[in-house]
Design a protein around this ligand. Structure first.
Ligand code: BG6
Length: 486
């Protein structure tokens, strides 16, 4: 009989949130507006229209700079984690978390992204939060950029298109390393760095309408290149300043299967997956893949690189590969296939898979496939830093019975263990939105991922009271048994 291994000792179990979706307090204690603070909730838009949900107007930008119309902008209020973090961390500790993934809102530290000195109140907030985590023996896993760059940098430079933003980010990151060097060992540079192509404004402050005619793609690749260089530079600085620190890249793992075995479908799928790998390839191998360079040349996209850039990428690669995984898709070249929504993408429907209420196709085996693919390709430790089910929870007599969420996680944990048994090195698992927060894609509150319910609706009404869902107790048991009791 085959011998089956348990989750490794020291496997990191926990949850993940992002500052812009959780903290609220968007203009408190010196914080400047971020790109997230300019995105409205759009209740009447189709779920298929992801770019529409993240779109914005000049008026939205003005509102953010002038501090107007808060009610329209859910990420400004988040779930007020800024004022509730101690109680929330106590709940995470009660579940037994050994890791919590959070991000640092850049505009809390540098309100405009630049300027003479960092904002002490912002630095103090994260210091206290990290100390609170440590008091509960929870390891912070910190993302430096998670869809929340200072709005002022977006306006001044069209975001990451301009090289000056590299310097500003390196400065911000170094301020964080200096201040938190005794508190934080695990760092991620850019959340879902690939998403710059799907929502360039929230990822990189880039507004395509500001590009010269026909040059929007060129600007996006330029912004991406700057993020690659910035990521390598801060990886260098983190290693130099924090002995024993580990820095990861972070990819949206958009696992895609051929819709049929027609060679055309297989080729289209291969290209989609190669494109998805490209972002991690640069950060792990330290160079652009030749097929991508050829593709860029054919599309007449020229990336301006400084003399040292290639060496910087090569010399400062990441220590581990982290990724989000929610769903899988299929691909086809046939015109008559049905396309359904996934995580800021549309993919061809897979007839073998169920889907969430938002149309995302639930595929736990796809997580195992992703782990095998990524480990075989990179041979670096992997960290699943986002996975979860967005669902509409119902409160009945003060209770939430979310067996659908338990089923989702059980299946994904089982497939993670199966991959570990086949030799994949997995550092940990942080479930997404471990407490209900504002959706990144649709700015809804009603798209809930948490083990902890937060009493707030899409319009911001509610007491913000926290309630433990049925899944809270289940996850506590899973962690206590290191995954043996699921
Ligand atoms: C990931 C993002 O892509 O997906 C998160 O990193 C986001 O910020 C998560 O919240 C789930 O997406 P959504 O749109 O359901 O919030």
């Amino acid at each position: 009989m085959e011998k089956s291994l348990p989750f490794p000792q020291g496997f990191l179990w926990g949850g993940a949130i992002a500052a812009n979706q959780a903290e609220g307090a968007w203009n408190v204690d010196g914080k400047g507006p971020s790109v997230a603070d300019a995105i409205t909730w759009k209740p009447n838009l189709s779920l298929k229209d992801y770019s529409g949900h993240m779109a914005l107007t000049d008026e939205n930008i003005r509102d953010a700079f002038e501090g107007k119309n808060d009610a329209l902008y859910p990420k400004r209020r988040g779930i007020d984690f800024y004022h509730h973090y101690k109680d929330d961390i106590a709940l995470f500790a009660e579940m037994g978390y050994t890791v919590l993934r959070v991000s640092i809102a850049w505009s809390r530290i540098f309100p405009t992204g630049e300027g003479a000195a960092p904002n002490e109140a912002g630095l103090q907030f994260y210091e206290e939060m990290f100390r609170e985590l440590r008091r509960h023996n929870i390891e912070p896993l910190v993302t430096l950029s998670h869809y929340e760059m200072p709005l002022a940098l977006s306006e001044k430079y069209n975001g990451w298109v301009h090289r000056n933003v590299v310097d500003a980010f390196v400065r911000f990151s170094n301020v964080c390393f200096d201040r938190y060097k005794d508190l934080v060992r695990y760092w991620l540079t850019f959340n879902e760095i690939d998403s710059i192509h799907r929502h360039p404004f929230t990822t990189a402050g880039i507004r395509e309408e500001k590009s010269a005619p026909g040059k929007a793609q060129q600007d996006i690749y330029q912004g991406l290149h700057h993020q690659f260089v910035a990521s390598a530079l801060v990886t260098r600085d983190c290693h130099a300043k924090i002995p024993g620190s580990q820095v990861g890249c972070m990819l949206t793992k958009l696992t895609t299967y051929p819709h049929s075995c027609r060679p055309e479908d297989v080729e289209a799928t291969l290209k989609k997956n190669l494109e998805n790998y490209f972002y991690a390839d640069v950060q792990v191998f330290g160079e652009y893949p030749p097929l991508i360079l050829r593709d860029l040349a054919r599309r007449d996209i020229q990336i301006a690189m400084q003399a040292d850039d290639q060496r910087i990428l090569k010399d400062h690669t990441v220590d581990f590969v982290s990724f989000s995984y929610y769903m899988s898709m299929t691909e086809s070249t046939q015109p008559d296939v049905e396309r359904i929504p996934g995580n800021t993408v549309l993919g061809v429907k897979n007839p073998y898979l169920p889907a969430s209420e938002w149309g995302w196709q639930i595929d736990p085996v796809g997580l195992k496939i992703s782990l095998l693919e990524l480990y075989d390709r990179y041979q670096k430790p992997l960290f699943i830093v986002e996975n979860g089910l967005g669902a509409k929870d119902v409160v009945e007599n003060g209770e939430i019975h979310d067996s659908y969420r338990i089923d989702y996680f059980r299946a994904h944990f089982e497939q993670t263990l199966a991959a570990i048994n086949e030799g994949v090195d997995v550092m940990g698992f942080t479930t997404w939105g471990c407490i209900d927060i504002i959706s990144a894609g649709t700015s809804q509150m009603s798209k809930r991922y948490g083990f902890i319910y937060v009493d707030q609706d899409d319009e911001g009404n509610g007491t913000l009271k926290r309630l433990k869902k049925e899944s809270f107790w289940w996850y506590k048991k899973v962690i206590a048994s290191n995954g043996a009791d699921m």
